[in-house]
Design a protein around this ligand. Structure first.
Ligand SMILES: [Zn+2]
Ligand SMILES: [Zn+2]
Length: 188
């Protein structure tokens, strides 16, 4: 029987079991459960979804790429644990030279979101923290892969995802994102 991905699927993953998923809003929770966010699963509050293979993202995720979604801060709700967030900022490996601030759980270390000085009013959340795992494949399915030039050699582009060698957001004034990249010369 085919699995219905339109229904919430909230497996036990980490210390909390109170995540939820409604028609237009869902939760993202850190690994220990101290921090829980609510975010919109549709526009205009949900702005975009993307994978990033840049060296900055590989380092900060302790993995091979970051799977992200962008939320307008006006639509982002801190349900609990905001006081438990710690932040770390730097600009050295950010393409614009502007500061990127990372907010992570001070108990379990989960990176919950990043905020770029170059893109005020928005937060870059992590698809992997979203409690409804079916959303990872439906409404939060990445639209584009960027910094494919930094992609690890044993991975290949995902079929159906737009591909960008450098930033997918570069000089687009309307979007104007700078999502935390290391390469200062290869801006598409
Ligand atoms: Zn935590
Ligand atoms: Zn990146």
């Amino acid at each position: 029987m085919p699995i219905d991905k339109s229904k919430p699927y909230i497996p036990l993953a980490g210390g909390a079991d109170d995540g939820w998923s409604h028609e237009h809003q869902a939760t993202a929770t850190c690994y220990c459960g101290a921090i829980q966010l609510a975010f919109p699963t549709d526009g205009p509050g949900l702005v975009d979804t993307f994978l990033c293979h840049c060296t900055d993202c590989r380092k900060i995720t302790a993995s091979m790429f970051a799977s992200n979604f962008i939320v307008a801060d006006s639509h982002l709700v801190h349900l609990r644990g905001r006081e438990n967030l710690k932040s770390y900022s730097q600009s050295r490996t950010i393409a614009s030279g502007k500061t990127m601030t990372n907010f992570f759980c001070s108990t379990c270390g989960s990176l919950m979101y990043r905020v770029g000085e170059a893109y005020p009013g928005h937060s870059i959340l992590r698809i992997g923290t979203v409690d409804d795992f079916n959303l990872h494949e439906t409404k939060l399915r990445p639209r584009v892969e960027q910094y494919t030039k930094d992609r690890v050699g044993w991975l290949h582009g995902v079929e159906g995802f737009e591909q960008a060698r450098g930033t997918a957001y570069g000089s687009d004034v309307k979007v104007g994102l700078d999502l935390g990249h290391t390469d200062k010369t290869d801006v598409v």
